[in-house]
Design a protein around this ligand. Structure first.
Ligand SMILES: [Zn+2]
Ligand SMILES: [Zn+2]
Length: 370
């Protein structure tokens, strides 16, 4: 820009209109999150603008902010994390049919996909090769280089990726349903968990505690595996029928070949074969935790009993809506510790030590004072 020239107005960049909104962002892998202003596009025809009321803190936020998954999903800075978003609709585009201003609304891990690939056509946008994630994905609208997540005052999202929220749920505890909730609900539905099944949940953290609530609500006999006996009381309170201390070999053995389904939420190195041995014929263990090193797999543990091991990654939009409806019916929310955004760096330190019961939920009203 030459001296004397007018600066290009923000609104005219890339031929679209934008506005500024408050957010918390990290500038590098080692910097704390701090208050910034970010651009959001003005709602287009199919867009819904949402005032964010609560945003959960997912482990992925922490990993992405610190670029800990750089080999698979390198982080572009600045990053605004957050993909467990609940809020209220403030404006809708002219072609929007599902929402109107004042409605409760939620956004999870995706804000776009090609909507034309076989996975999208099957309602599995979560497996779309061209999905746009809520943060740290190239922003195809060009509002910013990358998408910015929910640690923010507001967000603008294509209505296909906006979910309706039942009005009977506590909103702070609803936010984590958008990632921790659907991540645990989807594999149980996929593998047909139902009344009378015996279901195991390994690990009792943000994901595990949701897994227990869903397994219990599906009517399954729910067993929590944990290494810390002190979690027993809480596991029973959350809906477990039994708690097994996984370091007790005799206790583990007494459950051999009895489980229909086991959900593995553990994000550190562990022996999955001792759990595979607990599955009955054709039983399945689904992995949703992400340890940093590959897990060792015993062929025998699979062959004996035709057992299988699967992975699962969040859920499609239709299933996420179904999950929210199920939560409304059964009054299921995440157990949360509500914090102001100003405590987010402290919360990250605690999360890294698994020191939270069971999810942090940021009250975004606290951002208004920034
Ligand atoms: Zn997440
Ligand atoms: Zn697709």
């Amino acid at each position: 820009m030459k001296c004397g020239e007018m600066p290009e107005p923000l609104q005219l960049l890339k031929g679209q209109f934008m506005y500024q909104t408050k957010a918390f962002s990290a500038a590098t892998a080692t910097s704390p999150l701090t208050s910034v202003a970010i651009p959001r596009r003005d709602p287009k025809d199919r867009d819904v603008q949402i005032e964010i009321l609560f945003c959960g803190i997912c482990n992925s936020d922490l990993h992405a902010a610190r670029n800990e998954w750089k080999d698979i999903m390198p982080t572009t800075y600045p990053i605004v994390p957050g993909h467990e978003i609940v809020g209220r609709v403030t404006e809708v585009g002219s072609a929007v049919t599902k929402f109107k201003p004042g409605d409760l609304a939620a956004v999870g891990c995706m804000v776009d996909s090609d909507q034309s690939c076989p996975n999208c056509k099957a309602g599995l946008e979560n497996f779309c090769p061209n999905a746009t994630f809520t943060f740290n994905s190239p922003d195809k609208h060009g509002t910013a280089p990358m998408t910015y997540g929910g640690y923010s005052d507001s967000i603008v999202v294509d209505e296909h990726f906006v979910l309706s929220v039942p009005d009977n749920l506590d909103l702070a505890g609803t936010a984590p349903l958008l990632c921790a909730g659907i991540t645990t609900y989807s594999p149980m539905r996929h593998h047909g968990v139902t009344k009378g099944n015996k279901v195991g949940v390994i690990g009792l953290g943000g994901l595990g505690h949701m897994g227990v609530k869903f397994a219990h609500a599906f009517g399954a006999h729910t067993v929590v595996f944990t290494t810390s006996p002190k979690k027993k009381e809480d596991a029973l309170r959350l809906g477990a029928d039994e708690v097994v201390v996984s370091t007790n070999a005799n206790e583990m053995k007494s459950h051999a070949s009895t489980f229909d389904f086991i959900l593995d939420t553990v994000a550190v190195d562990h022996d999955i074969n001792q759990y595979l041995n607990l599955l009955r014929l054709d039983g399945n263990l689904t992995i949703v935790g992400v340890p940093s090193k590959p897990l060792a797999l015993s062929s025998f543990a699979l062959i004996i009993g035709r057992r299988s091991v699967s992975g699962s990654n969040i859920g499609g939009i239709a299933e996420t809506q179904e999950m929210l409806g199920f939560c409304g019916q059964h009054n299921i929310t995440s157990d949360v510790e509500v914090i102001p955004i100003q405590k987010v760096n402290e919360a990250y330190e605690r999360l890294a030590k698994s020191d939270v019961k069971y999810r942090f939920s940021i009250d975004m009203a606290s951002l208004k004072s920034e």
